[in-house]
Design a protein around this ligand. Structure first.
Ligand SMILES: [Zn+2]
Length: 407
């Protein structure tokens, strides 16, 4: 099949006017100007018309479990209060509610042109009760041991047991030790070792809120009190160490990890980051705004060479799973950043974070045929700006070479 489009935005060189993409067996087999591609290949041609054709978007961080909590928690003054609120709402959700929530999350992600998603699964046992996901999905099994029901090793065995038999699912599996305030150093280390042994990726929330900073550095505050009341050992708090310093001391981070948030960083933290390990960073612009976290240090972190990708976080702290809206929020907060860099944060950069830089995030021969088409009229030099500004459901999505109609 050959798809012809007014503009093909490959993210692998300049936009191609009157371009075409050849697709075979789920992969891109040709890309170029329409007449060149047709001269090289035979096969049916679908003319998509006055559209911009680009790679499907990739969500670097979300929690599909909480899609059903959309609009249920108004912004709180305290991050700890938000945790209490969501934990209260979660108590009323059955397994069926979670499964419906995840399914609704896929529909919502597809609606906004997302073809790949990295989601934290708080109840990995649910994986045995669902069909293969409709989008390319990396499932990160969440690990927490503030009040563990199982020993750490059993927790890990259980997660890996849920991954088994699902090797054909599009995407992959990883582990998400939730955060340094909910995961002990021992469990963090075991997770890292198991992931290394089995070739999995890792994801952790870090330096998200001012209360997390207060808890670790000063040994006080609402989050400190909450976790102390739950029985967490608070021995690593109140010694002047920032969340980043505490995490780096655990000596687990490397390029397998996506570190989510990093909103709250001190000057010393930037010095630590200069010489520390290179992990990937997921930034969730609208979730950060909802919580009123400190502004994300995009330019400084990018200047240090970190790969930064965009995520939506969950609908418990966001209004949609649209990465277009995340790009727009980022653009408004950082008007100095080139639009091309912003679009890369929802395509190429999350592909790198998922270790898929050779198969996702660009339109290139050999890459997965995950494509979206946006009916944008007359793009001139501002095609990327217009893509970022897109506000409607995405009418045309191709996933692994197969059309995926709007639900
Ligand atoms: Zn999150």
């Amino acid at each position: 099949m050959i798809y012809r489009a007014r503009t093909v935005l490959t993210l692998d060189g300049a936009p191609i006017e009157n371009g075409a993409v050849g697709v075979e067996a789920g992969r891109v087999v040709d890309v170029g100007r329409d007449e060149e591609v047709r001269a090289r290949r035979s096969g049916p041609v679908t003319d998509l018309g006055e559209v911009v054709l680009l790679p499907g978007l990739i969500n670097a961080h979300c929690h599909l479990d909480f899609t059903a909590l959309h609009g249920r928690i108004p912004p709180q003054h305290s991050f700890a209060d938000w945790i209490l609120q969501i934990n209260g709402l979660r108590r009323d959700l059955s397994d069926e509610d979670y499964l419906a929530s995840i399914a609704a999350g896929f529909v919502e992600a597809r609606r906004w042109g997302t073809t790949t998603i990295a989601t934290v699964e708080s109840m990995p046992a649910l994986l045995d009760r669902m069909p293969a996901p409709p989008l390319r999905t990396w499932w990160f099994a969440e690990l927490i041991d503030v009040r563990p029901r199982l020993p750490a090793a059993e927790m890990l065995d259980d997660a890996f047991a849920r991954f088994r038999g699902k090797e054909m699912w599009p995407g992959g599996f990883g582990l998400s030790p939730h955060a340094p305030y909910t995961v002990s150093p021992g469990l963090m280390r075991l997770a890292r070792e198991a992931a290394e042994r089995n070739g999995n990726l890792l994801m952790v929330h870090l330096a998200e809120s001012a209360e997390e900073m207060e808890m670790f550095r000063d040994g006080r505050g609402r989050l400190f009190e909450l976790l102390q009341s739950l029985g967490r050992s608070m021995a690593d708090c109140g010694q002047g160490k920032t969340p980043l310093a505490v995490m780096l001391e655990r000596e687990v981070l490397d390029e397998r990890w996506t570190v989510v948030h990093l909103n709250e960083l001190t000057e010393e933290d930037f010095t630590r980051l200069e010489r520390g390990p290179r992990f990937h960073i997921a930034h969730c612009p609208r979730s950060s705004r909802y919580f009123r976290h400190s502004p994300f240090a995009l330019r400084r972190l990018a200047g240090l060479g970190f790969n930064i990708a965009l995520g939506t976080d969950s609908l418990a702290s966001n209004s949609s799973l649209s990465l277009f809206s995340e790009m727009q929020t980022l653009r408004d907060a950082h008007p100095e950043i080139a639009p091309e860099r912003i679009l890369e944060m929802a395509t190429i950069n999350p592909a790198r974070a998922l270790h898929q830089a050779d198969s996702l995030g660009k339109i290139r021969v050999g890459f997965q045929a995950d494509l979206i088409a946006l009916p944008i009229e007359n793009p001139r030099g501002d095609v990327v700006e217009k893509v970022i500004a897109w506000e409607k459901p995405v009418p045309w999505v191709l996933l692994a070479g197969a059309p995926f109609p709007l639900g």
